[in-house]
Write a protein that binds this ligand. Structure first.
Ligand SMILES: [Zn+2]
Length: 140
């Protein structure tokens, strides 16, 4: 999964995206920086959301070419097991919090386009890239 993520210039990948039916995701908020290794999250659970929200542009290896703004909690606390099975808990914000929430959505069958508020931008961006609005399921 790490190889797939890096080969596609991704910063996160969830197991269902590569047809693996597991609660597993990988995240690397800064692939250029070898000093910060990628995170492997097994059975991740978000245990806390910040009350502060942030808007940021997201893309997805499963919907290539589509980039849209999504509003999400700015910071989260997440519990998971690492690749060695060790229980871990992390508090993250900004990009890494966004990527983890995006990837965890995949574990629940939710795509980031389902969370886009701007319907006009969504429609335009999907059309431009050969996707259809009917494939988006509005979740809020
Ligand atoms: Zn994605």
């Amino acid at each position: 999964m790490l190889q797939t993520m890096y080969s596609q210039d991704g910063i996160g990948l969830a197991a269902p995206q590569v047809a693996v039916n597991k609660q597993l995701l990988v995240v690397d908020g800064d692939p250029e920086d070898a000093a910060t290794p990628p995170l492997v999250l097994i059975n991740p659970k978000i245990t806390r959301y910040s009350t502060e929200f942030a808007k940021g542009q997201e893309g997805c290896l499963s919907i290539p070419g589509v980039y849209l703004d999504v509003i999400r909690p700015a910071a989260i606390e997440v519990s998971f097991k690492d690749e060695l099975g060790k229980p871990c808990k992390l508090q993250v914000d900004d990009l890494v919090a966004r990527v983890i929430q995006h990837e965890m959505d995949h574990l629940n069958g939710v795509m980031f386009v389902d969370r886009v508020d701007n319907a006009i931008a969504l429609n335009q961006e999907l059309k431009k890239n050969g996707f259809a609005i009917k494939d988006v399921k509005k979740i809020k």
